[in-house]
Design a protein around this ligand. Structure first.
Ligand code: SF4
Length: 206
C-alpha cells in the first residue's frame, strides 16, 4: 500500500486509517486469497481515482492500476507515471480494495462490504481533492445522483452535468478501444476536458 511521501507532513488520521485498511479482513471469508487492500493516499492529493477492484496483476504487485488498463487510464489523463503514483498528487481508492477473484464472465465485481466500510472515512482524510474520477459503473453508481443515467455510456456522455468536482469515465479495459470507436466524442471532447481539469486541479493553489 502506498502512503504519503516526505514532501508533506502526513496526517496522523490518514496514517491510522491506512493502517486499519491494511489490516482489514471484513470480507476475507469471500475472497479467494488473503486480503491485500490496494489503496494509495496522501493528505495533499488533488485528484482521487475511484475505480472498480484490483485485478490479479495488481493484486500480485500491490500497486494500483499496475496493468494494461492503468496504462490506458494514464494515457487518457495525460499524467506521467511519476505523478500518477505520487500519493500527494493522486489518490487511488477502488470500489473494492482487494482482488475479488474470477467468475464465469471474468473478474468478480468489487466486494459490496468495502466501499460502505471505508470510502467516507478515507475521503474525509483527503481534504485537498479537487477532482474525483469515477472510473466504471460501480463508482458511478455510488457517487452520481440516483437516476443520473441508466447506463455507463450515458453517464459518461453527460459528464458536463456530473456534480461539481466529479467526472465519470468508462473502465479502461481493452474493450474500451471498441467503445471509443463507437463514441468518438470521448476522445474528441471529453479527454481534452479531462486533461484540462487535471492540470487545473494539480496547479490550483490551496
Ligand atoms: S475488500 Fe475491502 S472490506 Fe474486504 S477485506 Fe479487502 S479491504 Fe476489507
Amino acid at each position: 500500500m502506498s502512503t504519503s511521501n516526505d514532501r508533506t507532513r502526513k496526517s496522523e488520521g490518514l496514517d491510522a486509517l491506512l493502517a486499519r485498511i491494511a489490516a482489514c479482513r471484513a470480507c476475507a471469508h469471500a475472497l479467494p486469497h488473503e486480503p491485500r487492500p490496494v489503496v494509495q493516499a496522501g493528505q495533499s492529493a488533488r485528484i482521487l481515482v475511484i475505480g472498480q477492484a484490483p485485478g490479479s496483476k495488481v493484486h500480485a504487485s500491490g500497486r494500483a492500476w499496475d496493468d494494461d488498463s492503468g496504462d490506458r487510464l494514464r494515457d487518457w489523463t495525460g499524467l506521467c507515471a511519476e505523478d500518477f503514483y505520487d500519493p500527494e498528487r493522486v489518490a487511488h481508492m477502488p470500489s473494492g480494495f482487494c482482488y475479488p477473484g474470477k467468475g464465469e464472465g471474468g473478474d468478480l465485481p468489487p466486494r459490496p462490504e468495502c466501499a460502505p466500510l471505508w470510502h467516507d472515512a478515507l475521503r474525509a482524510e483527503l481534504p485537498q481533492v479537487r477532482l474525483t474520477l469515477l472510473v466504471g459503473l460501480h463508482a458511478q453508481k455510488r457517487y452520481l445522483p440516483r437516476g443520473f443515467a441508466p447506463t455507463m455510456t450515458q453517464a459518461v456522455a453527460r459528464w458536463h452535468e456530473a456534480p461539481p468536482g466529479f467526472l465519470p469515465l468508462p473502465h479502461p479495459a481493452w474493450r474500451s478501444r471498441l467503445w471509443m470507436g463507437r463514441n468518438p466524442w470521448f476522445a474528441g471532447e471529453l479527454l481534452p476536458d479531462l486533461r484540462g481539469r487535471i492540470r487545473a486541479a494539480l496547479d490550483q493553489k490551496v
